[in-house]
Design a binder for this molecule. Structure first.
Ligand code: ADP
Ligand code: MG
Length: 468
């Protein structure tokens, strides 16, 4: 038994076929993904739900492996069939020997910025010019697509105006198909099981929609631009490594309409809106502390995985139905460390050394966490009210820091200030922050009043777990 204690909800991949199940057993094929419901005592088996068919049943632990992480690999491509700028002659060579429906896409040498779809058919290779018109792509000026991924997806299903349905992509040398890798590892979801509903948010790179996947509520981020989708692939790959109660959980992805990133649904939206719409009257201090603690714990986990968030802010904290706060949006985590576009940085949240010298670290995340604490205890106000970005940068250098929000606990303000130490090394770790908040929560629950009876309060409280 090597570490097979999968808790309910674990996603596992079948190692082989099991097509003739006995009563109560689950049928599955190699590569199918199932969700663990519970372990069966002493049997070395699990009760699980099949992610495709929705059926429930028993299966042997030995038939399963836990869904693996996807390596963040620059060779992983959403468009392995895209060969960049090669000539027509080179494309023909790539598509040898001839095979009906074997295809690639190249960038036109003569018309830079335009694409050419090259398809093997009969003994020939046919080149279709893809025309760019107002942000759309088309081969025949009848069917329009917003990106190459969609166009290829379409012509793999329908022949339309071209010589044959596209059958087989010819990958560029060294490129790995993201679709295949995701499927192998168990992260590719099935479009047929997804129902999309209302738009619940607008991200920088695409809409966020509510949806349902196999009977469970999900949120779906749709990234339409193929270049951005490719960039998000790295972010998504990073997410496959992470699992923590205070990080928004990735369910999987679908390569459709660009890219769908399917996440657990956080019904109470982001922390800023949560606090603004309810306010002081409805959200007690204890709840604010609990949110702050949730975030600190999620960040402590990220820090332990050596991941820097870079965009920690209340707008990127989401609240579940049960009022659990979770960190989301590892959006900036993937941005190339060198030459990141400084104009895109969230200045009022970013530590001085990160702004000036591009020195991002868990300690710069701690600075942002201090701002997030301020946002939380001011019920969603925007930080540094009335100050311009330039003023903020200058004032911080002179040692200015924000005043405590109205009614903020002194210990919490002290914590904020420690996060805003100019020298990164002087800021607390997320572990330390977690401990401080747990102590505050404990105080709030049983304030150290005058000693009752013969038992005095210990002068120095011991360390508490959150729920003891
Ligand atoms: P971006 O960082 O690209 O702007 P976000 O991931 O922050 O996009 O999403 C934008 C908004 O969509 C969020 O502020 C939130 O209101 C909503 N949203 C995002 N993810 C979820 C989710 N998993 N559950 C519920 N709402 C979400
Ligand atoms: Mg965001």
């Amino acid at each position: 038994m090597s570490g097979k204690h999968w808790p309910p909800g674990t996603q596992c991949v079948a190692k082989h076929d099991h097509t003739k199940p006995k009563a109560q057993e689950l049928a599955f094929r190699k590569g199918d993904v199932v969700t663990i419901i519970e372990a069966v005592e002493g049997k070395g088996s699990y009760r699980a739900r099949h992610n495709e068919t929705g059926q429930e049943g028993l299966l042997a632990a030995s038939a399963l492996r836990e869904r693996g992480a996807i390596r963040v690999d620059p060779k992983l491509s959403l468009m392995p069939w895209f060969h960049g700028k090669i000539s027509g002659v080179e494309a023909v060579q790539e598509l040898q020997p001839p095979e009906d429906g074997l295809f690639l896409v190249r960038e036109s040498v003569r018309h830079p910025g335009d694409y050419v779809l090259c398809v093997s058919f009969g003994k020939e290779v046919i080149h279709y010019r893809v025309v760019h018109e107002e942000n759309t792509l088309s081969i025949d000026s009848q069917q329009y697509f917003s990106n190459l991924i969609d166009m290829i997806e379409h012509y793999m299903k329908e022949q339309g105006a071209i010589c044959t349905k596209l059958v087989k992509p010819k990958p560029k040398t060294g490129m790995k198909s993201a679709e295949e890798e995701l499927a192998k590892a168990g992260w590719l979801l099935n479009l047929q099981h997804l129902t999309l509903g209302d738009r619940i948010g607008q991200g920088e790179f695409g809409d966020v929609l509510q949806g349902e996947y196999m009977g469970q509520k999900v949120a779906v981020k749709n990234i339409k631009c193929d270049v951005t989708a490719q960039a998000f692939l790295a972010e998504t790959a990073a997410m496959t490594k992470l699992r923590h109660k205070n990080l928004v959980c990735l369910r999987g992805v679908i390569l459709h309409n660009g890219l769908y990133i399917v996440m657990e649904f956080m019904s109470k939206g982001n922390l800023v809106n949560f606090l603004r719409t309810r306010g002081r009257a409805l959200v007690p201090t204890q709840q604010l502390l609990l949110f702050a603690l949730d975030v600190a714990q999620g960040m402590d986990y990220l820090e332990s995985k050596k991941l820097v968030h870079r965009d920690l802010a209340a707008r990127n904290i989401l609240i579940s139905e049960e009022n659990v706060a979770k960190v989301s949006d590892f959006g900036l985590a993937r941005v190339n460390p060198k030459g990141a576009d400084a104009t895109l940085l969230p200045v009022k949240w970013t530590a001085p050394e990160a702004l000036k010298h591009n020195k991002f670290s868990s300690k710069s995340d701690v600075w942002s966490y201090g701002i997030l604490l301020w946002e939380t205890f001011s019920f969603g106000r925007a930080p540094y009210p009335k100050l311009s970005l330039k003023e903020v940068t200058e004032l911080l250098e002179q040692g200015y820091r924000m005043e405590p929000p109205e009614g903020c606990l002194p210990a919490v303000y002290a914590l904020m200030k420690s996060c805003w130490e100019l020298e990164p090394g002087k800021r607390p770790s997320f572990k330390k922050i977690t401990e401080k908040l747990q102590k505050e929560l404990k105080h709030l629950r049983d304030p150290p009043g005058p000693a009752r009876g013969r038992w005095a309060q210990p002068a120095k409280p011991h360390r508490f777990g959150l729920f003891d």
